[in-house]
Unconditional design. Structure first.
Length: 288
């Protein structure tokens, strides 16, 4: 498996928050979703990947290159999509082609207009009249028209209605299948990941908790339900996190064999959803 983005022991300290020893390998040719609650550090991680912010320490390589020596090459090979991409508000998408196009060495005018057609975007209407979804599609069309191998997107589906969100996710999936690109995007919506992601990286309080394929995640973790009286200090250790009510508990384990050994058939063991995995990792603070 080839790594396309490599973050190693990255630290960045703000007044009330820090990214701590962040290490993350993103695989080439797949869709990886970066998930975490509000304020967990997703945008900060992406800003570091895009060289919009330099870390205090640690290493970052994209395409095996670093920003210190290869900034122009790296940026030319990435399509970056975020919701305030369109800063030329009074302009239309034909104007954008004239202004943005020449900034990229590999800009392809034909590809750009094909995407505008495919995404049903008007060429001659000012961008400021676009809905949020249309703006997101316009950003995506620009990002895809300079032959970017890697798409990095900060919460591309935030604020989109469910129908549009699904449409955007379908577009991303098609792009990946047809054109063999790598997509890395942040979200706090687990269903986005279930729909399209191959890998899920989960970040909490500025730390990477895991980075696994979706299939591995659902094999690794299980949901366990039972009577509260079954839990004591020892048996509790078999769980990653436990949620207790007055007489029952629900918990997540990463060692289902151990649970079977300890509890036999006195507990119910179930498949766990991505949303439940997030919930248990977030402990009681979960707000997603
Ligand atoms: N330039 C900065 N100066 C000070 N604090 C910052 C700065 N940038 C981010 N932070 C803080 O870092 C924390 C993480 O912010 P970040 O935007 O990375 O989170 P996020 O996971 O993208 O959140 P959301 O899902 O709400 O967009 C927040 O508490 C934020 O206030």
């Amino acid at each position: 498996m080839e790594t396309i983005i490599k973050l190693k022991n990255v630290n960045k300290k703000f007044k009330d928050f820090s990214l701590e020893n962040l290490s993350l390998d993103i695989n080439k040719g797949y869709i990886t979703g970066l998930i975490g609650s509000n304020g967990s550090g997703k945008s900060s991680t992406i800003r570091i990947m895009m060289d919009l912010m330099r870390p205090d320490s640690g290493d970052l390589e994209i395409f095996g290159l670093n920003y210190e020596e290869h900034e122009k090459e790296i940026k030319g090979r990435i399509g970056f999509v975020y919701d305030s991409n369109i800063y030329y508000e009074g302009l239309n998408l034909s104007d954008i082609q004239r202004i943005v196009g020449p900034a990229y060495r590999n800009w392809n005018k034909g590809t750009y207009f094909n995407y505008l057609k495919k995404f049903n975007l008007p060429k001659n209407k000012p961008i400021k009249t676009f809905s949020k979804g249309m703006q997101m599609k316009a950003s995506l069309a620009i990002a895809l028209s300079h032959d970017a191998e890697l798409l990095i997107m900060d919460e591309p589906t935030a604020g989109l209605d469910p129908v549009f969100r699904r449409e955007l996710l379908n577009i991303l999936q098609d792009i990946l299948i047809e054109e063999n690109r790598t997509i890395f995007f942040s979200t706090h919506i687990t269903s986005d990941l279930e729909k399209i992601a191959d890998y899920v990286a989960f970040i909490k309080d500025g730390r990477v908790i895991f980075n696994h394929s979706i299939n591995d995640l659902q094999e690794k973790f299980s949901l366990v339900k039972g009577e509260l009286e079954l839990l004591d200090r020892d048996t509790s250790k078999a769980f990653v996190h436990i949620n207790q009510s007055s007489d029952t508990f629900e918990a997540m384990t990463d060692d289902v064999e151990k649970i079977r050994r300890i509890f036999g058939d006195t507990v119910i063991i179930d498949k766990i959803s991505l949303e439940e995995i997030m919930y248990f990792f977030n402990g009681d603070d979960n707000d997603d």
